[in-house]
Design a protein around this ligand. Sequence first.
Ligand code: ATP
Length: 335
Amino acid sequence: MRSIEAHGLTKEFKVYQSRPGLAGAFRDLLNRQYRVIRAVDAIDLTIDQGEIVGYIGENGAGKSTTIKMLTGILEPTAGELKVNGYDPHREREKFVRTIGVVFGQRSQLWWDIAVQESFRLLQKVYRLPDEQYKRHLGRMVEVLEIGDLLDQPVRKLSLGQRMRCELAAALIHQPPLLFLDEPTIGLDVLVKENIRRFLKEINKELGTTILLTTHDISDIEALCSRVVMLDKGRIIYDGSLTKLRLNWGGGRKIHLDFAKNVQLNELEQRTEGLPVKWEQTGQRQYIAHIHHGELAVSEVLSRVVQYVPVQEMRIEEASTEEIVRQIYQEGMTIV
Ligand SMILES: Nc1ncnc2c1ncn2[C@@H]1O[C@H](COP(=O)(O)OP(=O)(O)OP(=O)(O)O)[C@@H](O)[C@H]1O
């Protein structure tokens, strides 16, 4: 079954511009000028029930706008969209019962009342039968270790405690699809681990589909078999994290300590045409960032060693974090 099916999904915003001075303000009154920003540009996205997908991209890439369309908050400018079989914006009332949402920065719990009172209110909102509510909540309280927090007002909770309660609240009605926006932002390693373990469990046991937006690539590495990368409103990659790393040549870094001084432009000239970027870290120390696999590493080394002797050398695999950052900076042209 499909959780999300989007074809040509597009969202444009009109941004009004003001002209300077009094005369400008007067002209604006009569005839306002605007430009159109295409925040999401005709994306096709299909996500099956039970998948955990990471939705990533630089600031301003269009992630939040996509999520807002997928959750029914914004109406698309164009395209077709079905989420859990519904049109999220037009069939909003029925649709919201089928999703859970956790936005790291905003709370869906009532600030001044005890956590369990918020849960009870949500039980009423979703009209959950007592027995089902108690059983499911009991389970979440146990796994998320929030038993001691239930009688505390939300405003007294730490960020990590609140996030665990937010997750329980988002899942109280056992939705088949969960949207998470920066769920581990600002949390310490242990709480992050706990939350990731919980998400894996609900995905495995209940088949919950999860769409995760984050700047924390370690969240993606821990949870997602698939990653969708957005750039200027368009999808530039959709596939596994492993394939992303492989296509990007596994990304290697060679740390080189030369036996004599050498200029950056000399190294660049010697290795012209090869998929390498040089970074100078000392007078004789450089890092060669290599995009393609083994062959490129040996080619770069052989060209350099002929020219200037190397005292010490260390090869390091680039982290996924670095690979993704480089893709943001340079685009996907190398893949
Ligand atoms: N309500 C709006 N009116 C006008 N422009 C908007 C509006 N919302 C978003 N934008 C623009 O659309 C583009 C995409 O923004 P969006 O918030 O979706 O990006 P994002 O990938 O979620 O970024 P971030 O990681 O910073 O949250 C940006 O250029 C942004 O300025």
